[in-house]
Design a protein around this ligand. Sequence first.
Ligand SMILES: [Fe+2]
Ligand SMILES: [Fe+2]
Length: 327
Amino acid sequence: MTIAPVQRTASLGSSAWTDARLIMALEEVVEKELNRHLKVAKDWMPHEFIPWSQGRDFDGVLGGEAWSVEQSKVTPLGRVSLVVNLLTEDNLPSYHHEIATMFGREGAWGTWVHRWTAEEGRHGIAIRDFLLATRAVDPNELERARMSHMSEGFESDNAHSMLHSVAYVAFQELATRISHRNTGHHAGDPLCDQLLAKIANDENLHMVFYRNLLKAALEIAPDQAMRAIADVVTNFRMPGHGIPGFERAAAQIAIGGVYNLRIHHDDVLQPVLRHLKVMEVSGLGPDGLRAQDELGVFLGGLDAQATKFDERQAALLARRAARQAAR
Ligand SMILES: [Fe+2]
Ligand SMILES: [Fe+2]
């Protein structure tokens, strides 16, 4: 694959890579990755995954039965994680705005932006249908949280730079995949697990798209791409960080083993970084080398922090188990 080789000349320097030029230079890669995505992404029908027979009217307008917690077999951890995952999916209009503004709505980039939006739209629809049909969460609380979360909107930390945006979504799609998959495993309902596995599969294909794009960016603008990766990895925040009560939910999700520092380091950061061979990229200028060093130091520190978290988690779970046994 040849990407505008003339732009790699030293005389242009990394500062010559404006967002507009990068978007043009990567168009060919976007087209190739879009075609690959369309070939491997299998269409699926969200309604087939919802056990509609478990559904019934709620109280209020139709005078049905009010929600109460014992109506669902979903675990407390599953409930918290499902709400965070769904509210994260719900802010799709903001995400669409971010990427349509950054990547444009023309050509292969535009086709990707719209296709991605359509696939993501399916996730929110399917999870909400599932939660309401199975009475897994309080529907009033869920709706109030959706209104509050979407009214705030989402603003990317990376809107200043196209490469930072690509680097962020490469990690974020994998983070979302892992979060859905682990939520399914802890949900206590095999049908929920089945739905979330399907959604996690979509997120994985999104990650592959952006990861491959980032790989091409590392080839054509290595210094700037390395800086973007280092900045994104060292400042990573989940897109749902603005959800009401997020800190408390995130703590429960961490202790419960759905998403925590260890998982973030081992299952999200490392697989992408290893695939990109980020620590082995050679031929970097001073800026790129500095970014690569920062990344190495940060990852070492994160691994150590994750080990401390593992120990705290094990101790807490042991205390919980002992309390349970004493009852
Ligand atoms: Fe999604
Ligand atoms: Fe996704």
